[in-house]
Design a protein. Structure first.
Length: 293
């Protein structure tokens, strides 16, 4: 990357700005940083942040751009950061409808930044904004993180709908009921429902379920075509967070006492216990209910 001034694997065709320095040394990268953005996949976050923590000075803001739940503990990523960084480091969360390739090309993007500390929200808004990036602040960290994590599970299901050729009606219904699932879980975990109607909920869900750059949607498409999960993942360069998040979301739902029927069928599909059509049929033939519930 230093030699070519680009990341050909993850951001093909995008050149780095002149002022961007590349390093693989955590101390060099972090020791003078006032704002640190962590975009590590969920399953690697704790180990990386543990290594990074000695080099992050008190008073800095660490911004999580990761969308997932830690397996086993079911912690949100901001909780992992707080545990590993200790007192004196401020934590914020960045989430919303934002394919990295489009952000890098400076296409207009709007996202949410969440923190329980208003000063941290304002600082991140001020420092990260640009003519192509707009940030909306909130203190609902739970809603922003649950929305960002669980939308990946629904996106796998959306890919299945597309892979089976089931049409736009089915996808619209899935997205709508998927939002109901995400909202149900988030609110049970302490979020505000209106957060899930915003960028980090509905906005991110629509993008990930319909955008051709969505990794999780791609997994669903390939599974619907009959490919084995391990083969699909082996061909991917990037991490599809929804694969790991599915079981964690279901475990969290069990803990807080809510049902996630779409996520439950995605779990059956990912585990190989059902094929795509059987999972869809079981979802459609569930007992009918009132819409707002």
């Amino acid at each position: 990357m230093r030699a070519h001034r680009a990341n050909a694997v993850y951001l093909a065709g995008v050149s780095f700005p002149e002022g961007l320095a590349i390093t693989d040394d955590l101390e060099e990268a972090l020791s003078a940083a006032e704002i640190v953005v962590s975009a590590v996949p969920t399953h690697g976050t704790r180990s990386i942040i543990k290594r990074a923590a000695p080099h992050i000075h008190r008073g800095s803001i660490v911004v999580s751009a990761t969308k997932g739940l830690e397996q086993g503990t079911l912690f949100r990523v901001s909780e992992i950061l707080t545990q590993e960084l200790g007192v004196g480091v401020h934590v914020a969360v960045l989430s919303g409808p934002s394919f990295a390739a489009e952000v890098a090309r400076e296409l207009p993007t709007a996202v949410s930044v969440a923190s329980t500390e208003p000063d941290a929200v304002q600082r991140v808004q001020s420092e990260l904004r640009s003519p192509s990036l707009r940030l909306y602040g909130t203190d609902d960290v739970v809603g922003v993180e649950i929305g960002g994590a669980v939308k990946n599970v629904i996106a796998i299901a959306s890919g299945v709908v597309e892979g089976l050729g089931l049409g736009n009606n089915a996808r619209a219904g899935l997205i709508t009921r998927g939002l109901a699932e995400i909202s149900r879980l988030a609110c049970a975990a302490g979020a505000r429902r209106e957060t899930l109607a915003g960028l980090a909920g509905l906005g991110d869900l629509v993008l990930t379920c319909s955008g051709t750059l969505s990794r999780n949607r791609h997994v669903g498409v390939e599974l619907a075509r009959g490919r084995a999960l391990q083969d699909v993942l082996a061909d991917m360069k990037m991490v599809a967070e929804g694969v790991r998040t599915t079981e964690a979301a279901l475990a969290l739902a069990s803990r807080v006492g809510v049902e996630l029927p779409i996520a439950a069928q995605v779990a059956e599909l990912l585990a190989g216990r059902k094929d795509a059509r059987a999972a869809l049929e079981d979802l459609m033939l569930r007992p009918q209910r009132a819409e707002l519930g």
